[in-house]
Design a protein around this ligand. Structure first.
Ligand code: PMP
Length: 948
């Protein structure tokens, strides 16, 4: 068949385009299996596709395609338009091949898009619904054909070629799926409406643009078949390699229903027909492989089909719905006496998420994400698939309904089921299902026999003790199972969050068996987002287009609402690690004793001030404790103004110092950004000493001094109270000030009568590894040091330290008071943070891990054109992305893509810099060497995938 494929070269195609269609321009061959397609781009920018048909193509089918495109285009803008030749006809013959032309649709094939957002899947469903609707009223004799790929023939083709499948796992999956198809879908097929359909909406025949479908192409497989076929076929290909095929299916189906409601029968067959399509494809491929073993093209989607079919075989969608519906009509014998029927919260964000120890009553929830499953065999699974009925060890357990003993075992390893029994049941129509009873006593297994009949209410055992039940507080794990998937007593009691929908289908809510109404559901991420939009100011921005709902932190990790762990490479506020137990304990204990303000004497306040001052060089000896860095910078501003009697300030380009009115004035990043009202007269902006893309660059040994001259000029020409700068400008793009800059800038400001403020909010407390405060690396001593973010490890705590002289000048009779600043709890927290920092040697750790990161990141400059610069010190690093090494055109979109890809791989980063093209690495300090390697490996993969 393939030998009849046309063999036009580009020059011939160009000639045909000119002679037949009167168009000339550039011609490029597109890939096609049977035919030849050329993309023609005319000088006026028009794009069309020249199609040279295979010599064997049925002319009637070509006519049908053109008629269908015309029919669809009348109501829907997603199909190519047929373009007539100069002479009028839409079909011509050149060298025995039929030639025609259609408009070129924008977009890229869905098949090239690895990440498919829910919005895209829903748009896909909706547009297929629109296509089905647009087909309405269309018919053509040629599509009433006995066609290989017609879903109506699929079952027979699988039967014919199934024996050619060598891979036993694939074969078994096909058998399971086809048995299910015969049982559940085949009886419904006769009731399905039929009509003209596209017939091959595989993901290379669907074009997408952003999150929207932009076109459907290649109507050569049209057939008069099941109307729902286009949805089923498209779903089949999109489910390939999807993390959660059921979620894919449901997004597509709900999108589809927004345009064309499905009947119950159609709804029931979408999934079985989709699996049929994939089984057909696998069988046809096996057949073709036999015929032509060396034709690689035939295998194109087979690897994905081989990976996916066994997973799809584990999703008994229809059986699950039938069993749940049947159970809803039954009554059940009581399973056990319950001391309490209260629902417990063991979810990721609950205080009980460390374990069940000490729980003696209540019910643990089904479908609840939990972090308590830490044994290696859980392999990161978090979603609880049963309910937990807590009661004393020895409490008798009874069967809620009739059944027979299917399996039992003592899964003795820690955190496993311990002694476990599985009963088999059947619905009235003979659909089998199972109930699982875990954490029983060993005595429960004595005398049990597989096949033994059990009546509703029969005692099947008793609750085990902690020692015998897998080391859990005594409780019954009760789980409903639709299909054991051949796993018997090893059937998991906890599933993966990525396949939560599949697990819900396999193990539906068993609450009804225990006489319980379903537990109240959690607040979903979508609900939280909607509430936030309603209740919280709109300009409190949210990270990521698909926001994260983080409910727990531990060390350098954050956990979302489904228990997914993220490596936090971004947050510097939880300096010594999220929820550090020593800090938590110190805060909790002090909260329980006293929390009051600085109007009373407190050793906590003076002790903390003494410890802070002890980290700083003389003459920085006087301390103010506050709640936020904004409050601290405000005070710093007042200090230098009081001391100099002047008002004006010098600040760096792109700087941010806080959210108050004066600090917005002092922050060009804000007042020159969106919504800003410009730089006020009292603020003088000095160039950002960015030695990568700034005014002076690092190849110039004097670049630091040259930047400082700008500060000198401003200081001399204005009566400035002071100069403020972050020692490593962060929103400026993780900038490392060039050598010579700070000493010269400070000297010039002081010579002009001003004072120097170091904003160490981002960089202090050992983050840069080499020094405790970043200014120390520049051999300067500021007049005022501002500290914030990391001081309280998340507790609102900030500080200002200055000289006695400046403090005295500020002490002019007006009282200074901050209600919360320096309160007993805050000082206690601050002390605990300093203790942890010292005892865990985190500054030294930051240096070591930072060096490892730099070692891994720096070579990327040579490897990936996108990586323009890698800079920083310790755990304060930036990777600047550029599109062009000469012009340094910022690669902001790419930086954002990388950050999003990394998030999908479970690593949190951010972007910064005036051009948003700097990837910011600024993790909690416990971030370790293996985290560094993981981060470097992840970034390398992202850059690799973005190579041109
Ligand atoms: N200074 C710098 C350098 C900062 O990065 C920030 C916060 N991003 C602030 C001051 C203000 O801190 P806060 O939000 O605690 O007021």
């Amino acid at each position: 068949m393939l030998s009849h494929a046309p063999r036009f070269d580009a020059a011939t195609a160009a000639r045909v385009a000119r002679d037949l269609y009167g168009r000339s321009g550039t011609v490029r061959a597109l890939t096609s299996e049977r035919d030849q397609n050329f993309l023609l781009e005319t000088t006026s920018g028009e794009r069309l596709v020249l199609k040279i048909a295979n010599a064997l193509e049925d002319p009637a089918m070509l006519d049908a395609q053109q008629a269908a495109m015309r029919h669809i285009s009348a109501t829907l803008d997603l199909a190519p338009r047929v373009i007539p030749s100069i002479e009028g006809p839409t079909l011509s013959v050149v060298d025995q091949h039929r030639v025609w032309a259609v408009s070129h649709l924008p977009g890229t094939p869905l098949g090239l898009r690895r990440r498919r957002s829910p919005a895209l899947l829903s748009s896909l469903g909706a547009e297929i619904g629109a296509l089905t609707t647009a087909f309405r009223g269309f018919d053509h004799p040629a599509i009433h054909r006995d066609f290989y790929w017609d879903l109506a023939r699929g079952r027979a083709i699988v039967a014919q070629y199934r024996s050619l499948i060598d891979d036993p796992e694939l074969g078994a999956a096909i058998d399971t799926l086809m048995a299910r198809f015969d049982r559940e879908a085949a009886p419904l097929l006769g009731d399905l409406p039929c009509s003209a359909i596209h017939g091959d909406l595989n993901d290379f025949n669907v074009l997408v643009d952003g999150d929207r479908v932009s076109g459907f192409v290649d109507f050569g497989d049209m057939v008069f078949g099941y109307t729902v076929g286009d949805l089923a076929i498209a779903a089949a290909y999109v489910m390939l390699d999807a993390d959660d095929p059921v979620a894919v299916l449901s997004a597509m189906v709900s999108g589809y229903q927004s345009r064309r409601p499905l009947s119950e029968t159609e709804l029931a067959v979408v999934f079985p027909l989709a699996t049929l399509r994939l089984c057909t494809s696998a069988c046809v491929a096996a057949h073709q492989q036999r015929e032509r073993p060396d034709n690689a093209y035939l295998g194109i989607s087979q690897a994905a089909i081989r990976r996916t079919l066994p997973r799809l075989a584990r999703i008994p969608l229809l059986a699950s719905a039938r069993i749940v519906a049947w159970l809803a009509r039954q009554t059940f014998a009581p399973i056990m006496d319950l001391p309490s029927r209260e629902w417990l919260d063991l979810s990721v964000g609950s205080s009980a998420s460390d374990g069940m120890d000490g729980i003696t009553g209540g019910i643990g929830r089904w479908d609840e994400p939990r972090l308590i499953y830490t044994a290696p065999f859980f392999a990161g699974r978090t979603i609880h698939l049963g309910i937990d009925l807590f009661a004393a060890a020895g409490t008798p357990v009874h069967a809620p309904l009739r059944g027979q003993v299917h399996a039992f075992a003592d899964n003795a390893q820690a955190q496993d089921y311990g002694p476990v029994v599985i009963l088999r049941h059947e619905t009235d129509d003979g659909t089998p299902f199972y109930t699982l009873y875990g954490h029983l006593s060993r005595e429960s297994l004595h005398g049990l026999k597989v096949g033994h009949q059990v009546a509703a209410g029969d005692r099947i055992g008793s609750l085990g003790t902690i020692e015998e039940n897998g080391h859990w507080a005594p409780h019954l794990h009760l789980q409903l199972i639709v299909d054991l998937l051949g796993m018997g007593t090893d059937f998991p009691g906890v599933g993966t969050a990525a396949q939560r929908d599949v697990w819900r289908t396999l193990s539906p809510d068993p609450s009804i068996l225990a006489g319980l109404a379903p537990a109240p559901g959690e607040v979903t991420k979508t609900e939280t987002l909607a509430e936030r939009h309603k209740l919280i100011g709109g300009n409190l921005s949210i990270a990521y287009a698909d926001p994260l709902k983080i409910v727990r932190g531990r060390q350098q990790y954050l956990y979302d609402d489904v228990g997914r762990q993220y490596l936090d490479a971004y947050n510097n506020v939880p300096h010594v690690g999220h929820a550090h137990p020593r800090v938590v304990k110190a805060a909790a204990e002090q909260m329980a004793i006293l929390n009051t303000n600085t109007r009373y004497l407190s050793d906590r306040l003076t002790e903390y001030a003494e410890r802070l001052v002890g980290t700083l060089p003389a003459p920085l000896r006087v301390c103010y404790i506050l709640n936020s860095a904004s409050e601290a910078n405000e005070l710093a501003l007042r200090l230098v103004r009081a001391s100099t009697g002047r008002r004006d300030m010098i600040v760096l380009e792109a700087a941010y110092h806080g959210n108050t009115t004066s600090l917005i004035d002092l922050s060009p990043y804000k007042h020159l950004g969106p919504g800003g009202t410009g730089t006020p007269a009292w603020v003088h902006v000095a160039p950002l000493p960015d030695d990568y893309r700034g005014l002076y660059r690092r190849h110039d040994a004097a670049c630091g001094t040259k930047y400082a001259l700008h500060v000198a000029e401003l200081a001399e020409s204005h009566q400035v109270a002071g100069y403020i700068a972050e020692t490593c400008p962060s929103v400026g793009g993780q900038i490392m000030l060039p050598p010579g800059y700070l000493p010269n800038a400070y000297a010039a400001v002081r010579a002009a009568g001003g004072l120097c403020i170091a904003d160490e909010v981002q960089t202090g407390l050992g983050r840069i590894g080499t020094h405790f405060w970043a200014f120390e690396a520049h051999n300067v001593v500021p007049d005022v040091v501002v500290m914030g973010k990391p001081l309280g490890n998340g507790h609102p705590l900030a500080a200002v330290v200055t000289t006695r002289e400046i403090a005295d000048a500020f002490d002019n009779g007006m009282e200074f008071f901050s209600t919360f600043g320096g309160n007993t709890v805050s000082c206690t927290v601050g002390l605990a943070v300093l203790d942890v920092l010292r005892d865990e040697r985190l500054q030294e750790h930051a240096r070591r891990v930072g060096d490892r990161l730099l070692e891994g990141l720096r070579p990327m400059i040579d490897r990936y054109p996108l990586v323009g610069d890698v800079r920083g010190s310790g755990l304060f690093l930036g990777v600047e992305l550029v599109r062009d090494r000469q012009t340094l055109e910022p690669a902001a979109a790419e930086a954002s893509t990388v950050v999003n890809m990394m998030r999908e791989d479970g690593i949190l980063l951010g972007t910064d810099g005036p051009h948003h093209n700097v990837i910011k690495i600024r993790p909690p300090m416990p971030f370790d060497l293996s985290d560094a390697d993981r981060l470097v490996g992840g970034l390398a993969q992202c850059f690799e995938s973005l190579l041109p």
